[in-house]
Design a binder for this molecule. Structure first.
Ligand code: ADP
Length: 405
């Protein structure tokens, strides 16, 4: 009897163990296949269930961290893509492992996989990179590339993650340098332009003080010259103010529909007396068809025309002519001021729209060299373009285009 009971108990225990084994196996099997499909582990009873819960928690935390890291990496990649500075990462062997678009644009070739020497192609930069690699110290280098007339600044720091690797950041400072030069030139030009009339005013005042004031002939003559100098100074200051206001975008343009031929006639009427006094004919060329209206600030555009006509008259001999015309070209109307004057040498032509630029100071009389620069800004603020063609001794044509309404 006892034996039978014991045997029964053993059988029961074996059955229970078999059941447990089968459940465990099924649980592990389910976990394995979930893991193979990269899914969360299924809930199970007992210790295995506890293990699955813990593993699921860690899996969720890991996934969260992975998503955050990916977002961060995406953000970094977008920043590096958009960055104007060139960024290059080189490994310990001196091979480029990463280069952003700015770097490839600066070097003008695909960089990843190339050697740093091949990529940088500038001894100063390569030397700085070698110094950084050998000393483990960050290096800063400023250099000029004569071929492209670029001015660059490079910062090279050791890449602690990759032993002997380096991170290079190269900034193109060419524009900044150029602006600095323009600013310096501008100040020296202004000083120069102011010095001449101020020196003559001083000399004239001293001459008057020394006795010319009571001279019935010289007195009024010197006073007249003082007036001319003061007028020139006032014009210079006014033009400088105009230029700085236009350049800094402070001048608000009032756009309206403007009829091109009406604008030409109005500018010509304003300059008629001056043309007659100079003995130069001034005509507006009519068009067979009416021209489309342009979208413009009428007052400012008339100022451009007056500047161009003023120059055309000034640089044309007595008996010459100045002709104004306009014609459609694509989605713009191109205005033209043509003269039969002294013309502009071909090598000087590209520079005449620069501030203070005068072809030949002796021939430009009382000009400040700012008129064309102001005109250029006005035209560009309209979304147009200004340019000139000229032949020395034969005359010049100044064109500018303004978008049609
Ligand atoms: P300015 O006040 O000296 O006339 P601008 O900026 O209007 O200054 O012109 C710059 C220079 O371009 C002039 O000094 C002159 O040398 C040249 N220039 C401009 N227009 C003409 C023209 N129609 N014919 C010949 N030279 C011209």
């Amino acid at each position: 009897m006892i034996v039978e009971v014991v045997l029964g108990l053993v059988l029961l225990a074996m059955l229970w163990l078999g059941w447990q084994y089968w459940t465990l196996r099924r649980g592990i099997h389910a976990m394995l296949s979930a893991a193979q499909r990269s899914e969360a582990l299924p809930p199970t009873e007992g210790m295995l269930g506890e293990l699955a819960r813990l593993l699921n928690q860690q899996r969720a935390a890991l996934r969260e961290r992975l998503v955050a890291a990916n977002t961060e990496r995406g953000r970094l990649a977008a920043i590096l893509d958009q960055l104007a500075d060139a960024v290059i990462i080189a490994d310990a062997e001196g091979r480029v492992r990463f280069a952003n678009p700015a770097a490839e644009q600066l070097c003008g070739l695909p960089l990843v996989g190339r050697s740093v020497v091949e990529a940088l192609r500038h001894h100063q930069l390569v030397d700085a990179w070698r110094r950084c690699r050998d000393t483990g110290q960050p290096q800063t280098e400023s250099l000029e590339v004569p071929a492209s007339r670029q001015f660059l600044q490079a910062v090279i720091v050791p890449d602690r993650e990759a032993h002997s690797g380096a991170l290079l950041v190269v900034r193109d400072l060419t524009r900044l340098r150029r602006l600095e030069t323009v600013r310096r030139d501008f100040i020296s030009n202004i000083s120069h332009e102011l010095r001449t009339p101020i020196a003559s005013l001083k000399a004239l005042a001293e001459t008057l003080q020394a006795g010319a004031l009571s001279d019935p002939e010289a007195g009024p003559r010197f006073l007249g010259r003082i007036q001319t100098e003061v007028d020139a100074l006032a014009q210079l200051v006014q033009e400088l103010l105009d230029l700085s206001r236009i350049e800094s975008g402070q001048v608000e343009l009032i756009f309206r529909r403007v009829e091109p031929l009406a604008l030409l006639r109005s500018a010509a009427d304003r300059m008629r007396v001056q043309a007659e006094r100079a003995g130069v004919s001034l005509t507006v060329q009519e068009t067979p068809e009416p021209l489309p209206e342009v979208w413009a600030d009428e007052t400012r555009l008339e100022q451009v025309l007056v500047n161009l006509i003023h120059n055309a008259i000034k640089f044309t001999h007595r008996g010459g002519s100045v002709t104004l015309s306009a014609q459609t070209q694509g989605r713009t109307v191109v205005f033209a001021v043509r003269d039969t004057g002294i013309g502009i040498p071909a090598d000087e032509l590209p520079r005449i729209f620069e501030r203070f630029y005068r072809v030949d100071k002796s021939r430009s009389g009382s000009g400040t060299g700012l008129g064309l620069s102001i005109s250029k800004h006005i035209v560009e603020a309209h979304g147009g373009r200004i340019w000139a063609k000229s032949r020395e001794g034969e005359g010049s044509i100044f064109f500018f285009s303004i978008p049609i309404v």
